[in-house]
Design a protein around this ligand. Structure first.
Ligand code: ADP
Ligand code: MG
Length: 723
C-alpha cells in the first residue's frame, strides 16, 4: 500500500498551471472596483457626508452619528449592488492575524425581508472578544471588547462581504490590537515632524508616513503540504533533511517564473487590483519555490491594511491552484527565510519627502535634520526596535547567514557616511558629483551610476530616499514595527526641536542652531552606523564593543518593552500607556510559549508516530534479509551483509537517542508548563524545550538519510521545494 507521501506525490503531479480569475479587461478598468473609495463616496454620499469622511481621513476629525448613518446607508446601497450579503468589522488582534465576524444585511420584519445596515453597526461591533489575547487588560478593567470603524482606511468587498477596517479596544479604551498604537503613533509623529518641518517651511501643515511593504513567501503544492503534519499545523517543517541541491547555484533568484506560479501570481494580482492594491513587482526569490511581490508605497495605515488583506487574498487564490502560500519566516531549514521589508519615509502635505537628500545633501539641512533624528531615535532604542520584530517564527530566521543580523544598525552608504563624518568633525565636504555614466558595449544605451550603494546585510538600510527595515518577518503584521519606528522618531524629533529652541533662545541664529543640533545628534548616534558586512563575526564583536545589544533570546528581548526609557517614550507621546505596554509584554510571552508548545508537541508526535515506525519497518526488512543470508550462506553472511548490519545498528542508535530525547523534551515541557509566571515559562521554553527540539531534529534528520525512500512517510525537502 502506498504511504501518505507517495499518494501526495501522485496527486501533486496532476496539478497543472491554470487561470481561475482571468479578467480580459485592462487592469485600469477594474482597478479598485471592490473598494468604496473616494470616487464612489462622491457618487453615493451627500457633499456634507463626503467632506466629513475626507476630514476624518486627512485631519483625524470625528464623524458624528447622523453622518455615520448616511454613510452606512450609502455603503449598504453600493455593497448590495455589488452582490454583498454580509458585513463585518475586520480587525487586527494581538495574535498578529486578522479577525472577522460576519453579520447578514437581511432581516425579516412582520414577515417581510429587507436589508438593514445602520450607522451604529458601521461604527461599532461587540464581538465576543473573550478569547483574544489581552495580556490581562480585560481582566483588570472589563471583560468587554469593541471593534470600531477606522474611517482612514476604505471599506471593501471580499467574497460577498462588506469588510470594515476596524480597531479593537477594551471597554475603557485600551488598545487590544495592532492598529490602535499605530494610528496613535502616526498622530504623534505627525505632530512632532510638523513642528520640526516648520523650522524650514512655515507652510507645512502635516506629515504622513509612507510605507512600501515587500512581501516574500514560499509556495508548496497543497497535496504535499497536507501530507506534512508540521506544515499543516505550524507552516514550518520541524524536521526534514536538506536537499542535495537547494539554493547553492542561485539559479532560482530572479529566474524565469514557473508557469504554475505565474498563473497563480496573475490570479491573485487580478483580485488585489480589484481591491485597489497597487502591486507593481514580482520575482523569484533566492530559495527554491520562494517568491516576492511588492506594491507601490502609500500612506502607512492603508499600506498595512492592504498588506494584511493581500495575505488573505493570496491564501484564498492559492486554494484554487492547489497551492499553499507559506508566509512563515523560516519554513525550511538550510535555505533562506522570508522577510517583509518595510520601506519607511515621511512626506509633508506640500509633497516633500523629508528623507530625500536631493542633489546637494550638504546644503539640504532639512534632510540632514530628519536623517539625524531617525538615527538618534534608532540608536537610543535600538534593542527595543530589534525586539519589536521578534516572534518565535521570525527568530528561526534572524541572525542566520542570509537574514538580517539580530543586532540593530543603520547603513547609510559611502556618500552620506562621508558627509556625516564631515559634519561631525566640522570639516567641509563636497556634494556627490553628478551621476557618472557607465560604459559597456557600444550598442547598449548608457546607464547612470547610483550615488547610494546597497547593503543587503543591514537590518535598517537607507536606500536613497527612505529607510528599509529588513528584519521584519514575512508573516507579521508590520504595524508593530511601524509604531515603534514612528514612536522613537517622534520622541527624537521633539528632542531635536527642544535643542534648537534652546540654542535660539540663547541667541544663536536658526541655521547655526539646526546645524549644531544635527552635529550633536549624529555624534550621539555614531555607534549605530555600520557600513560593513552585517553577517560577519567581526561585526558581532564590534557591535558588542559598541554596547549594541543583540537579540539572542526572545523572551529576554521582550523585556526591552518594560525598560524605563521604553515606557517613558511610549507614554510621553501618547502611543501606549504603561498598562498597555505591560499587557503587550504578557501577550508576547504567551504567544511565544503557545507556539513553541505546539511545535514541541508536534515534533514529538511526528518522531514517535512517523519517524520511528518508518525506521523500525526498515530495520525489519534489513533483519529479514540478514537472516535470509545466514540461512543460505552460513557464516559468510557476516561479510555479505556488512553494510546492512551497519545500517541496522546505526538506525538503532539514532532511534534510541531519538526516543530518549523525545522523553526529555516532554519532561522539559511539563516542567515549563508548571511555571505560573508567563515570562519565566517563556524563558524555560526558549532554553530547555528549544534545546531538546534541536536534538530531536538532528536524530530524525539522520534517520531520513538512512531509511529506505519507499518507507519514508513525509514529503522530503527536494519534493516540497521544487515543482
Ligand atoms: P528592492 O527589492 O530593490 O528593495 P522593490 O521594488 O522590491 O525594491 O521594493 C521597494 C519598495 O519601496 C516598493 O514598495 C516601493 O514602492 C517602496 N518605496 C519607494 N520609494 C519609497 C518611499 N519614498 N517611501 C516608502 N516606500 C518607498
Ligand atoms: Mg524587493
Amino acid at each position: 500500500m502506498a504511504n501518505f507521501r507517495q499518494m501526495a506525490l501522485k496527486e501533486a503531479a496532476t496539478h497543472l498551471p491554470a487561470r481561475f480569475y482571468e479578467d480580459k479587461r485592462p487592469v485600469s478598468e477594474y482597478f479598485g472596483q471592490n473598494v468604496f473609495d473616494l470616487e464612489k463616496m462622491r457618487r453615493y454620499l451627500s457633499q456634507t457626508a463626503f467632506e466629513a469622511v475626507q476630514a476624518a481621513v486627512d485631519q483625524g476629525k470625528k464623524i458624528d452619528r447622523p453622518i455615520a448613518n448616511e454613510i452606512a446607508t450609502a455603503m449598504k446601497t453600493w455593497a448590495i449592488e455589488m452582490g454583498a450579503t454580509h458585513y463585518t468589522h475586520l480587525f487586527q488582534p494581538l495574535t498578529g492575524t486578522t479577525a472577522e465576524k460576519h453579520e447578514a444585511f437581511v432581516t425579516v420584519k412582520n414577515g417581510k425581508p429587507f436589508e438593514r445596515f445602520s450607522g451604529s453597526a458601521l461604527v461599532q461591533q461587540e464581538p465576543d472578544a473573550s478569547s483574544f489575547p489581552s495580556g490581562g487588560l480585560r481582566n483588570t478593567f472589563e471583560a468587554r471588547g469593541y471593534s470600531a470603524w477606522d474611517p482612514t482606511s476604505p471599506v471593501f468587498i471580499l467574497d460577498g462581504t462588506l469588510c470594515i477596517p476596524s480597531v479593537f479596544v477594551s471597554y475603557t479604551g485600551e488598545a487590544l490590537d495592532m492598529k490602535v498604537p499605530n494610528l496613535r503613533s502616526l498622530q504623534a509623529l505627525n505632530s512632532a515632524a510638523t513642528e520640526v518641518a516648520k523650522l524650514f517651511d512655515s507652510s507645512v501643515k502635516s506629515i504622513t508616513v509612507n510605507l512600501g511593504i515587500e512581501q516574500e513567501y514560499f509556495l508548496v503544492d497543497e497535496a504535499l503540504y497536507n501530507a506534512r503534519p508540521d506544515l499543516r499545523l505550524c507552516d514550518r517543517t520541524v524536521i526534514g533533511h536538506t536537499s542535495a541541491k537547494d539554493q547553492q547555484l542561485s539559479d532560482h533568484y530572479f529566474g524565469a517564473i514557473p508557469s504554475r506560479v505565474a498563473c497563480f501570481m496573475k490570479d491573485f494580482e487580478t483580485e488585489a487590483y480589484k481591491l485597489g492594491i497597487e502591486l507593481s513587482t514580482r520575482h523569484n526569490e533566492v530559495a527554491p519555490n520562494q517568491f516576492e511581490c511588492a506594491p507601490v508605497f502609500c500612506e502607512a495605515t492603508k499600506a498595512i491594511d492592504q498588506n494584511m488583506l493581500l495575505m488573505i487574498v493570496m491564501h484564498k487564490v492559492a486554494e484554487k491552484h492547489h497551492l499553499k502560500v507559506i508566509f512563515h519566516e523560516k519554513p525550511f531549514d538550510g535555505v533562506n527565510g522570508s522577510g517583509k521589508h518595510v520601506n519607511w519615509s515621511m512626506m509633508t502635505n506640500t509633497g516633500v519627502n523629508l528623507l530625500s537628500p536631493g542633489k546637494t545633501p550638504t546644503k539640504n539641512l532639512q534632510f540632514l535634520t530628519f536623517y539625524a533624528a531617525v538615527a538618534k531615535g534608532v540608536y537610543d532604542h535600538n534593542y527595543l526596535l530589534m525586539s519589536s520584530i521578534c516572534t518565535l517564527d521570525n527568530s528561526w530566521r534572524l541572525g542566520g547567514h542570509e537574514a538580517p543580523p539580530s543586532v540593530m544598525s543603520i547603513f547609510s552608504g559611502s556618500t552620506l557616511s562621508q558627509i556625516f563624518e564631515g559634519i561631525m568633525n566640522m570639516k567641509d565636504v563636497d556634494d556627490p558629483k553628478a551621476a557618472s555614466s557607465i560604459k559597456m558595449v557600444s550598442s547598449i544605451p548608457e546607464i547612470m551610476q547610483d550615488n547610494t550603494d546597497r547593503n543587503r546585510t543591514s537590518p535598517f538600510a537607507f536606500t536613497g530616499n527612505r529607510f528599509e527595515f529588513r528584519a521584519v518577518g514575512s508573516s507579521m503584521n508590520c504595524a508593530c514595527a511601524t509604531y515603534v519606528i514612528n514612536s522613537i522618531v517622534a520622541e527624537s524629533l521633539w528632542k531635536f526641536k527642544a535643542e534648537v529652541d534652546e540654542l535660539e533662545a540663547a541667541g544663536e541664529n536658526r541655521q547655526a542652531a539646526i546645524l549644531a543640533t544635527v552635529r550633536k545628534f549624529l555624534r550621539e548616534s555614531k555607534d549605530i552606523m555600520f557600513e560593513g558586512n552585517g553577517y560577519s563575526k567581526e561585526w558581532a564583536e564590534e557591535a558588542a564593543r559598541r554596547g549594541l545589544k543583540s537579540v539572542n533570546d526572545i523572551p529576554e528581548a521582550y523585556k526591552s518593552f518594560l525598560q524605563e526609557d521604553s515606557i517613558q517614550m511610549f507614554s510621553s507621546i501618547g502611543v501606549l500607556s504603561k498598562a498597555e505596554v505591560e499587557a503587550r509584554y504578557e501577550v508576547f510571552n504567551e504567544l511565544y510559549v503557545k507556539k513553541l508548545q505546539i511545535e514541541a508537541r508536534l515534533i514529538g508526535d511526528i518522531c514517535l508516530n512517523h519517524v520511528i515506525p518508518a525506521a523500525v519497518s526498515y530495520q525489519n526488512i534489513l533483519i529479514k534479509s540478514i537472516q535470509g543470508s545466514k540461512d543460505v550462506f552460513g557464516d559468510e553472511y557476516k561479510s555479505l551483509c556488512r553494510a546492512d548490519m551497519d545500517t541496522y545498528k546505526k538506525i538503532s542508535n539514532h532511534v534510541n537517542q531519538l526516543s530518549a530525547d523525545v522523553a526529555s523534551l516532554v519532561d522539559a515541557r511539563k516542567k515549563a508548563n508548571k511555571v505560573e509566571n508567563m515570562a519565566e515559562r517563556a524563558k524555560l521554553y526558549s532554553t530547555e524545550v528549544l534545546g531538546y527540539m534541536m536534538k530531536v531534529r538532528k536524530s530524525a534528520d539522520y534517520l531520513e538519510m538512512l531509511v529506505d525512500d519507499e518507507l519514508w512517510p513525509l514529503p522530503k525537502y527536494r519534493e516540497l521545494l521544487f515543482f
